[in-house]
Design a protein around this ligand. Structure first.
Ligand code: ADP
Ligand code: MG
Length: 342
């Protein structure tokens, strides 16, 4: 549409602001899965069940046993820029929760039908809020302490977006990827994933090494190298593969900063540096790496999806990761020579 340039300036209605934000936050069903998993984890859940139908296109239904939401705050939870996680700039700079922007639920709800059922431990019963009739309605409901969010008919009111959805199998694979990322980083939490009523994955609560084994299963590299390094306030733990079993595809590459999955140039470059002398350039190392550093040393407020971060001292981080991994690779190489394996 071409409009007259002299049209008056008007403030956007709230609902349209959420739909515009949804363009960034809710790219596809998997983005909804990511936001809802993060909310459940932020709520301290130790059990999360995710049910999907038709690749998440027709239903994303997630239940957690986290802290729940107070009955009188249900409508705030779905209000844009309303959050329990950040109160000040200082808190933002030290934020340890996955969320803090207070826009995921409002954005998702603006392009779907959403029902939120929740109960905190002070409440005698659960409460439920839904927008199935176009406006939010609240009522009493049955439910244990925790939260359940059902998102159906994604993009029912934004047909342009709906057209970009791929096949069920493709959308499902993206959802599974986000589920896997969350499961790897939160071994203390039990996870279940079902699709069209069929159980796809089930992980019991455990420690991080067992979780990596449970998740990667037969894809766990032969002779996986377990990594554990610390330097001052920095810690790097996880699993990397010996160069000789590196993969033809970059399909098992999980890097986390403070439990948040990231795609970060500094981290990726540091890993490549560690492998530079030992790996054929067309092969890709498998790795699952968790970097812990002080929250104020990393800025996660770069992009709404928060997979990009900025380090205050990227040089020190790069050096720590590269040196740690080089050490692990060298130690393993020499011990395998002694054992006569290589
Ligand atoms: P954010 O996570 O950035 O705060 P959201 O829109 O994702 O924003 O959620 C808004 C608020 O709703 C959260 O701050 C939290 O208080 C509450 N909330 C959302 N999901 C859950 C959940 N699964 N359990 C408990 N509280 C939740
Ligand atoms: Mg959130």
């Amino acid at each position: 549409i071409r409009l007259a340039p002299q049209r008056a300036i008007l403030e956007l209605p709230d609902h349209l602001i959420s739909q515009i934000a949804a363009g960034e936050v809710v790219e596809r069903p998997a983005s909804v899965v990511k936001e809802l998993l993060e909310n459940a984890l932020d709520a301290g859940a130790t059990t999360i069940t995710l049910r999907l139908s038709e690749g998440g296109k027709s239903l994303i239904d997630i239940s957690d046993n986290g802290c729940g939401i107070a009955a009188n705050e249900l409508s705030l939870a779905v209000t844009r820029h309303a959050t329990s996680k950040v109160r000040s700039l200082d808190e933002l700079e030290h934020v340890e929760s996955m969320g803090f922007r207070g826009e995921a639920l409002a954005s998702i709800a603006s392009v779907s039908h959403m029902r939120l059922t929740s109960r905190n431990d002070a409440a005698e019963h659960a409460m439920c809020i839904d927008n199935l009739n176009g406006t939010w309605q609240t009522r009493a409901a049955a439910g244990e302490v925790g939260t359940r969010i059902e998102v159906s008919h994604l993009y029912f009111n934004t047909p342009a977006r709906r057209k970009f959805l791929k096949t069920d199998a493709t959308e499902l694979s993206h959802c599974v990827e986000y589920f896997t990322r969350a499961a790897l980083a939160n071994p203390h939490c039990a996870f279940t994933l079902t699709h069209n009523d069929k159980t796809l994955e089930q992980y019991l609560a455990t420690d991080w090494q067992h979780r990596i084994k449970d998740v990667l299963g037969k894809n766990l590299p032969e002779h996986a190298i377990w990594v554990h390094h610390t330097s001052g306030e920095l810690q790097l733990i996880g699993m990397i593969c010996p160069p000789d079993v590196a993969r033809a595809r970059a399909d098992i590459q999980y890097a986390y900063i403070n439990q948040r999955f990231v795609r970060d140039k500094v981290v990726n470059h540091a890993i490549r540096t560690a492998y530079a002398d030992v790996l054929h350039h067309a092969r890709f190392p498998a790795y699952v790496l968790f970097l812990d550093c002080p929250a104020q040393g990393v800025d996660v407020n770069v992009h709404p999806a928060k997979t990009e971060v900025r380090f205050r001292e990227s040089g020190a981080i790069h050096q720590f990761i590269a040196n740690s991994l080089k050490k692990s690779l060298a130690q393993t190489a020499s011990s395998r020579v002694q054992l006569g394996e290589v």
